[in-house]
Structures are given as C-alpha cells and as structure tokens.
Ligand binder design. Structure first.
Ligand code: ADP
Ligand code: MG
Length: 736
C-alpha cells in the first residue's frame, strides 16, 4: 500500500453520498434520515448481522418451536381483519421449492413492506397451525425490496451483510450494501496511522482490510479481526482526545506546588507530636485508627501530585466504607499545611451536612498558626455553604473564605456560584463524581484561578463511591488519573444480606427490634415511587405511621425525606446519630455518605425497584462499625432483571463485582449516555467485551500524546479526530 496515494478517512467525510452512482436525490434524502450524508458515514454504518447462506436453515427442514432465521422471497401477500377487529397480514415466503406461511397481527403496514418479490430475513419460531407450519410476528430484515433495485449478481456471495435498513425511508439492506460497496471501491486504499510494526505488535489488521472485511467478508471469521481493528480505532480516538484534554489543562495550568512531606503519612495513632509538626502528622497521630494499606498508598500518590506544580486531576475510587473520606481529609490538611484552603463538594445537602459534622469531629483539637489572633494560633475552621442558608449566615461564611478565616468549606452546588471567592484555594475534593459533570469540574477549578486571590489552579480530587469497572472508568474518566482503594478497614464484618419475600418479612422486623434491644439502630428504606419527590415523601410518611403502629411499635422512629426542610433533616439525622431515635425511615436521600457506625440493620422495601448501584450504596449505610450488620431486601421481584439484581446483592458485597453485573444488565448505553458530545464514536466497541482492546488503545494514546504534544506533526490524525468532536472542543484541544 502506498501511503502517499492512500486516502484519509477524513477526506471521505467530504464526499457526499450523491457522488455515488445510482444515488439520486431521493435516496440521498432517505439516507440523510438515517444521518448518513457522506461516504465516510456509509463506511461507518456497520452490518447488524451476517447471514451465511450456506448455513441457512432450509425452509423444508424447520423444527417447530426452535428459533430460526430464514431467508426467502415473498410470493404473495394479503391482508384482512380478524373477527375481533385486529388486522392480519399473511405473507407466503418461498425459498427454492419450499414455502412458509408468515402472519403478522396488528402490523398492517407489513402489507406494503413485504410486497411480492421482496427478499427478506425472518427471525422467529415456527409453530404448527391448522396442520401447517407458520411463523407469527417474526422480526424482519428486508434485504432486497420489491421495486427491484438493480441487482448486481456479483454481490450475491455466500455471506450476506445485513444493514440497519429504514422501512420509513424505504431503504433496504440490499441497497445499503450496494452503496457501501461502491464507497469501498471508490475509497481505494485507506491511509493507516498505525505503522506496520505497531499493527504487528498489537495484532491488528490494516485499515483497508478492516473496512473491507467488516462489510464484505468472504468468510464469517474475517469479521473478527476487522472488528478488532475498528474497535481499536474507536477507543484510540477517544483515549487520544482524553489525553489531549489533560495535556491542554496541564499546559494552561498555573498549579500549586504544595509543600508536603510524605513521611508525615507514616505517623500512627498515639505518635508523639510537637509544635512544628504538620497538621497531617498531628491528625494521623491523634486519629482513631491506623490507615489501611490502600489508604496509605493512595495518599502517597495524592501527595506526590500535590507536591508537583502540575495540578492534580485524580479519581479516587473505592467501595462504600473503604475510607475515602479519611483520605480526602488528609489531603485537605496537606493543603492547609501550606497555608491554603480546601473545598469539599457534595451532591446533596444531607451529605454536605454529614461531611461537615464528621470533618469537624475529625479535626477537633487541631490548630493552625494565625498571627491575627491572640496566642498566634486558632482551631481549624470548617464551614458549610448550601443553597438554603440564611443571607446573613452565608455572607459571614463567604467573608471568611475570602479573607482566609475559613479553612475548609463543605458545600453543595451552591459552592459554584459566582460570589463564592477564596483567599487561596489549594485543593478541591468532589464527592460522588457521577452526579457532577466535566463542566462543573471546570467551574470549580476556576474558583482557584479567578475567584481566589492567589490566582492558581487548585488540585482536584474526585471521589466516587459507585465503583465502575476499570474499563468504564477509562472511558468515562480517562482524563483523570485513577487511584483505587481496594482494601476495607480491618475488622469489618461482611454485611449478611438476605432477600425476603413479602410473606417472610417478619424476619426483617424482628431483626430490627433485636438490634434496637441490643443498643443498635436500623434504617428502613421506603419503596421507590415513580412520580415526584412529593409523592415519595407522602408514602414515606405513611410507611413510618404504619410501622409505628404495627411491626415496630414501641420503637422511636424518625423520618427523613427530600421534601423536609434542611433544618428538620439535620435535626433528625443528628437525633439518629446520637441514639435519640432507634429507627430511621427514609427515602433514598440517605443513599450516600450517611455514616452512623451504630446502625446495624438495613431494611429495603421493594428492593427490586432499585438499581444495583443504589442497593449497594444503601446497604453501605450499615456495617460501618464493629458489630455485625445485616441487610434485608424485601419484596417479590416481578421481572427476571429484578431477581438478578436482588440475587447479585445477596451473593456479593464487592462493589466492583456488582458494577460489572450492573453494566451487563443495563448495557453501556446508560453509562455513556450523557458523556458524549459531538458525534458518537463508539459504534462497534463494547466496554464489557473489549476491555483488552481498550487497555491497548489507552496505552498507545498515552505514548502518542507524550511523544508528540498536541499531536503536532500528526495533522492527518488531528483531522480524523475532528470528525468526532464538536468545533468548540477541537478549538480547545488544538489551539496553538
Ligand atoms: P467511604 O467514604 O469510602 O464510604 P468513609 O471514609 O466514610 O468511607 O469511612 C467509612 C467508615 O470507616 C467511617 O466510619 C470511618 O471512620 C471508618 N474508617 C475509615 N478509615 C478507617 C481505617 N483505616 N480503619 C478503620 N476504620 C476506618
Ligand atoms: Mg464517604
């Protein structure tokens, strides 16, 4: 292949489909409805499946009751109304000498779709009706339309590629295949940004081969290497974009080189500390427990980021209860040691308030130098900023942030507003990343740059308690470094989890009563109610009343839901924490972060209504202390997925394992959903199946971008990437 005459993928995006033979305005319009405008679009519209004609089931030997795909030509079509008013379309399909009757109920349009002469694939289960075989409501892929598009006999190979066709636009798979094949012919050799050596090392075929084989394979096995190469390219482009984004942020950044001392991390509880010791050292020496190995290792990584002038962008992943908050606090204290401030952003008010309480508890007794006060030092000052604060209170806290009297601020989205300014913001911690987007991360970074007197980019630590599989993390957070807390604090007793059918639920209520009798506490999570928070609140109130009068009579029961006033929520949480309440009946507002070590029983009603990640989060509210804890999942799942979810929770307490199950159940669409801007480039790739390819692409992207900052000298690759990002993004990444 001559690299000079080879075509760039990018160039194909400039060739409109109308340049192809036999493709007039009408067809072009139909293609446009499917978002296909250029030859490049055609080449990246991949077959949905393939039919190996030599392996096809013959119409003459179908087995009743077994799923099959059959290929045939429509011989006759008729439609009528059944006695009870349904429409019925009856189609007779022929393959050679054999015929099969196919009926469609309530799909009157099949009449037009399957006109005589149409060739199509039918997926379904043959049954016997009136002594003859028939198929009812099969899935249909029209391959060749009845209007008799010009058929090129050379295209009737052994393997037929089935394309996403559009009945609405009147496009058949056959026509699509014809357009794609002509595109392939016209495109000729495609340039490859991978060298022969790289392809060999990565076990990848060249691009021309890949595009040819995925569309027109000679054998089905040819599809496998073709797909591998194209998946690799999809991942590579994405990983390069993420790597460039990082590089751009770093180049533009004016970060803070914190003066940290990693040796401080080896201070253990009870260690003697003195005047000149850092806050980090004094905190660890006075702490209730030793760091776990994973916490120590994570802090090592974080401290070397903090010491560097390059701003940290790090994701701290850890299962519920793995001790992320402790890690974050040590990092914040390191920022304070350098005379700067830290901010912790949480997704909900309940969680922000909870953080406030536990941070204040954890920093109790710590003091920092302050020349403005008598004695030259003062206790650490931790404050809260939320949307519901009183004006005067808010003003006071904001003033403290601006003049440096407030050391750590905890808050919700309210932290993002313009009037929140700092004296010297050194570190931002974001808890529960999945609820905040890239844009919000950028706003927070700007708090350091433009809303802080010091004018520097703060370091950023993102914590997520919803473990996601490593592969997904690479795709979703590929622009962050990854630290995983993969070890639970010692002495944790796994939470015994049991699913109880409605008829067995007394077991759960008994466990609640026993826990309370033993001096512990319990959560009861109300069923998820579709609709509004208001409806959910109402049903939570009803549930509390019901339990108070029934199963949990005599216990002190509190209520927590999203419609309550902040102050009331705070009060209830505090009462529960203090043991004034025995049981907390709550909606999912307690999902994240709530930390009450004495809570040992979690009852989740209608558990199957929740997602796996949510159930795992909820369950993580217990098992945080020294006593054994239990979680009861109530209800009778009506769907197979519901059963799988509940059983997964029963089987495992490992968040990373559960995340895999979840990804498997829900598909990746949900994960990818909001992330994509511009054109979606993951058409073939699957996060679950293609983890190995993703890892290779991730590594190569890192190498490429390190060797050629901003891809200077790789103009062709830049042009190709532009296909998949919007202009704004491209301008940001490639500005000179
Ligand atoms: P996460 O935020 O990861 O869910 P937290 O930081 O809230 O976890 O910690 C969970 C519980 O474990 C808290 O009660 C915390 O005080 C405790 N904890 C944290 N680190 C340790 C440790 N090294 N040893 C024992 N307990 C710990
Ligand atoms: Mg936490």
């Amino acid at each position: 292949m001559s690299e000079t005459s080879a075509r760039q993928l990018r160039a194909l995006a400039d060739v409109p489909v109308t340049k192809l033979a036999h493709l007039g305005e009408k067809r072009a319009k139909a293609l446009a409805q499917m978002d296909i405008r250029s030859v490049f679009d055609l080449l990246t519209t991949y077959p949905r499946r393939y039919v190996d004609r030599s392996k096809q089931v013959d119409l003459s030997d179908l087995t009743v009751g077994e799923d099959v795909a059959i290929y045939g030509e429509v011989q006759s079509t008729s439609s009528r109304q059944t006695k009870n008013g349904k429409s019925l379309v009856e189609v007779v399909v022929r393959d050679g000498d054999a015929t099969l009757r196919i009926v469609f109920f309530n799909q009157a349009w099949r009449d037009r779709q399957l006109a005589v002469g149409t060739q199509a694939l039918f997926f379904g289960t043959p049954t016997i009706f009136n002594g003859r075989q028939q198929m009812t409501n099969p899935v249909v892929d029209v391959v060749v339309g009845a209007s008799g598009e010009e058929r090129d006999p050379s295209r009737v190979g052994r393997i037929v590629s089935i394309y996403p066709a559009s009945g609405k636009a009147g496009l058949t798979s056959w026509e699509m295949g014809g357009f794609v094949e002509e595109s392939l012919r016209r495109a000729g050799d495609l340039a490859d940004f991978l060298s022969v050596e790289q392809r060999q090392r990565l076990n990848l075929v060249d691009r021309s081969t890949a595009y040819r084989s995925i569309h027109t394979p000679h054998e089905l096995v040819d599809v496998v290497p073709a797909r591998r190469r194209l998946v690799f390219d999809e991942f590579l482009r994405l990983q390069i974009i993420l790597a460039l984004r990082r590089q751009r942020l770093e180049v533009d950044a004016a970060g803070v080189a914190h003066s940290v001392n990693e040796a401080d991390l080896d201070a253990t509880p009870g260690a003697i500390t003195g005047e000149g010791d850092s806050l980090v050292r004094r905190f660890l020496a006075g702490h209730r427990f030793h760091l776990t190995g994973a916490q120590r290792r994570s802090l090592g990584e974080i401290f070397s980021d903090l010491a560097s002038v390059r701003p940290m962008h790090r994701l701290l992943q850890g299962d519920v209860g793995s001790g992320k908050t402790t890690v974050a606090l040590a990092a914040m204290l390191a920022a304070l040691d350098g005379g700067r401030q830290a901010a912790l952003m949480a997704p909900t008010e309940v969680l922000a308030e909870q953080h406030l309480v536990s941070l204040r508890r954890d920093v109790e007794g710590l003091v920092r130098a302050d020349s403005k006060v008598l004695g030259g030092e003062r206790p650490l000052n931790v404050q809260l900023v939320t949307g519901r604060m009183k004006v005067a209170e808010r003003r006071r806290v904001l003033q403290g942030l601006e003049n440096g009297q407030v050391d750590i601020v905890v808050g919700t989205h309210a932290l993002l507003t313009d009037d929140v300014r700092f004296r010297a913001l050194g570190l931002v911690v974001i808890d529960e990343q999945h609820r905040f987007g890239v844009e919000q991360r950028a706003v927070l970074r700007d708090k350091g740059r433009r809303h802080s007197a010091e004018g520097r980019d703060p370091d950023l630590l993102v914590m997520t308690a919803t473990p996601i599989p490593r592969t997904a993390a690479l795709v979703l957070f590929g622009d962050l470094d990854l630290t995983i807390l993969d070890e639970m604090p010692r002495g944790r007793i796994p939470i015994a989890t049991r699913h109880l059918a409605t008829s067995e639920q007394e077991t759960a209520w008994r466990a609640v009563r026993e826990a309370v009798a033993a001096g512990n506490r319990a959560f009861v999570v109300c069923p998820l109610v579709e609709g509004s928070e208001k409806i959910e609140a109402t049903s939570a109130v009803a549930e509390r009343d019901r339990l108070e009068a029934g199963e949990l009579k005599g216990l002190r029961i509190g209520l927590l839901h999203g419609q309550m006033k902040s102050a009331d929520k705070e009060y209830v949480m505090e009462a529960f924490r203090a043991g004034i309440l025995d049981v907390l009946v709550a909606t999912t507002v307690i999902e994240v972060g709530v930390d009450v070590p004495e809570a040992t029983v979690m009852v989740i009603e209608d558990a199957w209504r929740f997602g796996i990640a949510q159930l795992h989060q909820l369950r993580g509210r217990v098992g945080r202390g020294a006593d054994a804890s239990a979680c009861y999942l109530l209800g009778d799942p009506p769907t197979p997925d519901g059963i799988t979810r509940v059983e997964a929770l029963e089987a495992s307490t490992d968040g990373f394992y559960l995340a895999e199950v979840d990804l498997d159940l829900r598909g990746e669409g949900t994960l990818m959903g909001a992330r994509q801007r511009g054109r979606s480039d993951l058409r073939l790739a699957s996060l679950l199946r293609d983890a190995e390819i993703l890892a290779l692409a991730h590594d190569l992207a890192g190498e490429l971008v390190a060797a050629a900052p901003f891809l200077v000298g790789h103009e062709d690759l830049i042009e190709e990437l532009r296909l998949f990002i919007d202009d704004e993004d491209a301008d940001f990444l490639f500005k000179s």
